[in-house]
Design a protein around this ligand. Structure first.
Ligand code: ADP
Ligand code: ZN
Length: 786
């Protein structure tokens, strides 16, 4: 009997019989299989999660498992154990976990079989197999002996196909000029030392420019010969050599931290560590040296970043540090085919390697892991809260433990929870308080804009002056405004009505560039101008400002030849755009970069000497117990973009709430001070890490009248059980977005001393909802978005 978890709805784990015509030894745990489901004989892909030889009760007839999708299991027992843990933790089925983390191509039944039909091979799609006898006709022996079961291609859903065609040329793909550089590099890797003459002969035009850029980036060295001859042309005066990056000579702080962590890596048992190093202290270099050590010991390494652009940066760093090492890059924006290929390759691999990616890379099968690094560990992107809910840090900890490796978290502004774990001695810590190289931490000043009038625009006179002066000195400025679009609110001039999304009830944001009003929550959009729903007027007054308006405003107040770039979700919608903007700014093709929180993350711009935060208070008023922590992290990270070169940097933060306790610490990037204050507030108010906190979310269609009754009765159930299990139940309250995508939404906040009672309570609530109900219930453990 096989227990098989389905990889698509209903995601259940079902028992199947093994067909008599296949040898029992064919079936293995972790193998992908195709099974029939329901009366209609629909096909589903599934994973065998257990095999036992017990027989079923009399009278029960099990369906037979149809076919193994691969000869060898895709997933190892440890992997299945992780899946089980995740399912238990988040109260979902193993099928839901697997369905949420396997690449699309591996979840479908759309594999094609080459079938030997009367001795002649014939290709047929699994879904075209009319009935089992079609398959039974060809014995397994024949099929496999002729290597007949092969996956010719895997297709995926139309929706995903669309997504992937949008992303065919993703932002991190190689630009043409960089392509040339890579060609040159590859050639040099192969051939070693070469003369420029020889390179020109081999690779043709464009080589010189590529050489110069590579030399500037420190990837090769052009210079007089030290020893040896050009291997290709025997010229004994080679001018150009490739210098394999031997790694940096560590600074003393880096060395100390490296020694500590390296010892930890060789230790035994569950262990995790925090690298708490200020922005620009050279954390990446420490990761790479630890990676080198893990590899030398025959262990694999995972390096994860919270977003694609940063993961891409890590990948570059890995390539130049380990030119000959196999490195797998993986992220959610790659095409399903590409992801599937990486997944399969790694499932079969036994030699150690490096994996670089975003949170989803954590679920790649991998040869024994010696080190998992999560860079910028405070970033909320490490939590996935739609679809399959998980916290990458937890999964990483689990995986590190499983393979007796080290989990290393790095940040300049650690998650308060992580830092608390350090204080509790559950996590070790290494500290780096100095910037690597020349850079000094910038000086931060607050600018009270409480009394600024709307007519004055968004930037205070002092701010404008400093921006202008910086630009005139030939230096660069970054300006953070964490709100995209032109204007967040559009008032009807005739009746005062605000333009709202019909599905979400939130205000629509005006995007001038696209001449549209857009809902930032569901993507609903209408062309502007639009008729007011109340008075049929056509005149709107844009209120407040987003990045588009700020960009326009800056163009007005700065000298006419100033080049301004904008980095937000809109300007980076096109493939390749984000990397182009970041590169252009790094190459100083523009003096000013305006953007949302996207620009606060990890980028290295040595010529930026002024960072401006246009609206420092934006995050402080969110209904989230972590609002101050988030704001602190965002602003310290944004400040960290200034003064990373030889010139000193300054940071200007505009605020309407200068009394807020957050500011005194932002000013000096004083994380320790901030932490001390914040942790006391949480202790007093009973917030994590002092309690376990979870949200139960519920939603139902707007027009379903029974919905509210159901929510009320669930509240009663939750309250009653809460008393019994010692869980505080707050709510139901409307969600921060009470209506989203045509559904009404409520939530309960659950607080308790332990997760078990929270899960028990949630489980009971879910059981109370009948199958097929329009009510949708989900559990978010330790939510990052309240
Ligand atoms: P962080 O991630 O801590 O903000 P980075 O790792 O980006 O810092 O390092 C900042 C800069 O310092 C990078 O340009 C890096 O190449 C440089 N750097 C770091 N360590 C060293 C070192 N030991 N020797 C020379 N340069 C270094
Ligand atoms: Zn909407």
């Amino acid at each position: 009997m096989l227990a098989i978890s389905l990889l698509s709805p209903p995601y259940a784990t079902l028992s199947y019989a093994t067909p008599a015509w296949l040898d029992i030894s064919v079936w293995k745990c972790g193998q992908r299989v195709i099974v029939p489901l329901g009366k209609g004989g629909m096909l589903r892909a599934g994973i065998i999660v257990s095999i036992d030889d017990s027989s079923v009760k009399d009278g029960v007839v099990l369906k037979e498992c149809l076919w193994p999708a691969e000869r060898e299991p895709l997933l190892q027992p440890e992997y299945l154990a992780m899946v089980k843990q995740l399912a238990l933790r988040h109260v979902v089925t193993e099928g839901e976990v697997l369905g949420g983390l396997l690449p699309a191509g591996l979840r479908t039944t759309k594999i094609r079989l080459r079938v030997l039909d009367g001795g002649k091979p014939r290709t047929m799609a699994m879904r075209d197999v009319a009935n089992m006898s079609d398959i039974e006709r060809c014995s397994l022996g024949v099929l496999w002996a002729s290597n007949a079961v092969e996956v010719l291609d895997s297709t995926f859903d139309a929706e995903e196909q669309e997504l992937c065609s949008l992303l065919e040329d993703p932002p991190w793909s190689v630009r043409p000029s960089a392509k040339r550089q890579i060609e040159v590099l590859d050639f040099l890797y192969d051939k070693g030392m070469l003369s420029r003459k020889r390179l020109l002969q081999e690779l043709g035009s464009g080589v010189s420019a590529a050489l110069n850029t590579l030399a500037e980036r420190g990837l090769i060295r052009i210079g007089p010969r030290e020893e040896g001859t050009c291997e290709a042309c025997q010229d004994d005066d080679p001018e150009c050599f490739f210098e394999a990056d031997e790694g940096f000579v560590l600074y003393p702080e880096q060395q100390t931290v490296f020694d500590e962590f390296s010892a930890l890596m060789h230790a035994d048992g569950a262990r995790s560590a925090l690298l708490y190093g200020i922005t620009g202290s050279g954390k990446t270099v420490v990761y790479l040296e630890l990676a080198a050590e893990a590899l030398a010991n025959g262990r694999s390494v995972m390096l994860l970043a919270p977003e694609v652009a940063l993961a891409c940066k890590l990948e570059h760093a890995v390539h130049s540090r380990f030119p000959s090492q196999d490195c797998f890059f993986y992220n959610g924006y790659q095409s399903p085919t590409e992801r599937e290929k990486t997944f399969r390759t790694l499932a079969e691999r036994t030699a150690p390697c490096i994996i670089v990616g975003t949170r989803s890379a954590l679920f790649l099968p991998s040869p024994t892991l010696g080190l998992i690094v999560l860079d910028e560990e405070h970033d909320t992107s490490f939590k996935q809260d739609e679809g399959l809910v998980y916290q990458a840090k937890e999964v990483a900890y689990y995986r590190a433990q499983q393979s007796n490796g080290l989990l290393l978290l790095g940040s300049a502004t650690p998650d308060v929870k992580t830092f608390h774990a350090v204080q509790q001695k559950a996590v070790s810590m290494g500290v780096m308080r100095e910037r690597a190289g020349e850079g000094e931490l910038p000086e931060v000043s607050l600018l009270n804009i409480k009394n600024m009038k709307r007519a004055d625009g968004i930037l205070a006179a002092e701010t404008k002056r400093q921006i202008r002066e910086t630009v005139e000195r030939g230096e660069q400025v970054v300006i953070l405004l964490n709100r995209r679009g032109y204007s967040p609110l559009m008032y009807c001039l005739d009746c005062g009505q605000v333009a709202r999304c019909p599905h979400c009830e939130v205000g629509l944001t005006y995007h001038k560039e696209r001449e549209r009003l857009i809902c930032h929550y569901c993507g609903y959009s209408v062309t502007y101008p639009v008729v007011c729903s109340k008075c049929k007027g056509l005149h709107y007054l844009p209120m407040g400002e987003g990045t588009e308006k700020l960009e326009e405003y800056l163009a007005e107040i700065l000298p006419p030849d100033t080049k301004i770039l904008r980095l937000d979700r809109d300007s980076t919608r096109r493939p390749g755009k984000m990397q182009r903007i970041l590169d252009a700014f790094a190459n100083q093709e523009a003096q000013v970069l305006v953007g949302t929180q996207m620009l606060s993350k990890g980028h290295h711009f040595p010529n930026v000497t002024l960072a401006v935060v246009a609206d420092g208070d934006l995050g402080l008023n969110l209904p989230d117990y972590r609002a101050a922590e988030r704001t602190f992290q965002l602003l310290v990270q944004a400040s960290g973009r200034a003064g990373r070169g030889e010139k000193a940097g300054r940071v200007l933060i505009q605020t309407r709430d200068p009394e807020h306790y957050c500011w005194q610490f932002v000013g000096s990037a004083d994380y320790d001070g901030f932490y001390a204050e914040e942790i006391e507030r949480r202790r007093k108010r009973k917030y994590p890490p002092f309690v376990k906190l979870a949200l139960v979310r519920v939603s139902y269609p707007l027009d379903w009248r029974k919905g509210m009754e159901w929510v009320e009765s669930l509240t009663e159930i939750a309250r009653a059980l809460g008393k019994e299990h010692n869980v505080r139940v707050l709510g139901h309250t409307p969600s921060p977005l009470p209506v989203l995508r045509g559904r009404k939404r409520f939530q309960w906040t659950l607080k308790s001393d332990g997760w078990v009672s929270i899960r028990t309570l949630y489980y009971a609530m879910r059981k109370a909802v009948p199958r097929g109900s329009k009510l949708r219930l989900s559990l978010d453990i330790d939510p990052v978005n309240m």
